[in-house]
Design a protein. Structure first.
Length: 305
C-alpha cells in the first residue's frame, strides 16, 4: 500500500510527500538512509521511501512511502484505517509556477535521532485539526507528468482536474501533443506541450533538445527546440536529478526521449525562416522521460481496448 506523507528526524517539523522527499534527496538535503515515520494519529510506524535514488520515473518506478508491516500502524492511525472517509479524492491537484522562497533551505535535524523518537518529534502541525499541506501540491512538472501518466492509464484524464495559475483545468486539456498542431494559432497558449524528442549534451555543459514530432505551419513542419544553458542548470536546486536523468537518456537511448514542457511556443516575428522554440526559464517546468512510457501507455490502452 502506498502512503502519501511522512515525517523524518532529518527535517524536523516538516510533513513530506514522497515527491518532496525525492526532491530533497536529489538536492542533497536528505540522506539515502533517512528514516521516515507515519503521520497518523498516535502512529509511530516506520516507513521507507521507495525509489528515492532512482533518477528515472515511469508508471512502475516512482517515489512512494510504504510501511514494512501493516501491524506497525497504531489502531488510531487514520492513514491506513478508515480510508473510505477520504473526501480529498475529487480535489484538484495544484501546480505552482514558482516555489516559495527557502523551499530548499537546510533544516536542522531533530536533536534526538533514535527511531522511536521520529514520531515523538512530530510537529504540532501534524495534529489532525491543524491545516494540512496538500499532498497533491506540486512544483516540479515531473510530478504532474507522473499524475498525467497515471490518469491516462486509468482513463480519467477528462475528469481529473488540476489548478494552475489560479485556473482549474483538466489533465486532458492541459497536456497537448505538439504533433501536427497549427503553431501560428497557438503562440499564446501556455500548456504542457509534449512529444518525442532527441536530446544531446552541448560542449559547454548544457543540453539541446529537438522534438522529433513537428508542429504544422502552412505547408511546413516545424520541430520545436529547447536549450538548457549550463548556468541555469548550475543554479537549479534539483540539478543533480536533472543531470542524472538526462545523462541516463543519452547513455541508454542515445537521447531519444519523450519531452514535456510547460511553456508557450515561440516564433520569430520575421517569418522568412520560421522556427519554433520553447523557452524554459524555470527548470522545474521541463521533464524528460524514457521512450518506455510510450510503450507503457500503448500497453495500458490495449488492456481495455
Ligand atoms: Zn500509521
Amino acid at each position: 500500500m502506498s502512503i502519501e506523507e511522512a515525517v523524518t528526524p532529518e527535517r524536523d517539523g516538516e510533513r513530506l510527500t514522497a515527491e518532496r522527499a525525492y526532491e530533497l534527496y536529489w538536492a542533497d538535503l536528505l540522506g539515502r538512509d533517512a528514516r521516515f515515520a507515519c503521520v497518523g494519529t498516535g502512529c509511530h510506524a516506520p516507513l521507507i521511501c521507495a525509489c528515492l535514488d532512482k533518477p528515472e520515473q515511469n508508471l512502475r518506478i516512482r517515489p512512494y512511502f510504504r510501511s514494512y508491516r501493516l501491524e506497525d500502524h497504531a489502531p488510531t492511525c487514520e492513514v491506513v484505517h478508515a480510508r473510505g472517509e477520504k473526501a480529498t479524492q475529487k480535489q484538484a491537484d495544484v501546480f505552482e509556477a514558482e516555489r516559495p522562497p527557502g523551499h530548499f533551505r537546510h533544516r536542522e535535524p531533530a536533536s534526538t535521532t533514535s527511531p522511536a523518537n521520529v514520531a515523538a518529534r512530530r510537529p504540532a502541525s501534524a495534529s489532525p485539526s491543524a491545516p494540512r499541506p496538500r499532498a497533491s501540491h506540486y512544483y516540479r512538472l515531473s510530478s504532474l507528468v507522473q499524475k498525467f501518466l497515471e490518469h491516462r492509464r486509468d482513463k480519467d484524464l477528462a475528469e481529473a482536474t488540476v489548478e494552475i495559475g489560479g485556473e482549474t483545468t483538466t489533465y486532458e486539456a492541459l497536456f497537448r501533443n505538439v504533433y501536427r498542431q497549427k503553431v501560428a494559432d497557438l503562440l499564446g497558449t501556455r500548456a504542457v506541450w509534449w512529444g518525442t524528442a532527441n536530446l544531446r549534451a552541448t560542449k559547454d555543459g548544457g543540453y539541446y533538445l529537438r522534438f522529433s514530432r513537428p508542429f504544422r505551419h502552412g505547408d511546413a513542419e516545424l520541430r520545436p527546440t529547447i536549450t538548457l544553458a549550463a548556468k541555469d542548470i548550475e543554479a537549479y536546486p534539483v540539478r543533480k536529478l536533472l543531470r542524472a536523468r538526462l545523462d541516463k537518456l543519452i547513455a541508454e537511448t542515445d537521447g531519444y526521449c519523450v519531452a514535456f514542457v510547460w511553456a508557450k511556443p515561440w516564433m520569430p516575428k520575421d517569418a522568412e525562416n520560421p522556427f519554433v522554440r520553447f523557452y524554459v526559464n524555470n527548470l522545474d517546468h521541463i521533464d524528460l522521460r524514457g521512450p518506455e512510457i510510450l510503450e507503457e501507455l500503448k500497453n495500458t490502452s490495449r488492456v481495455s481496448a
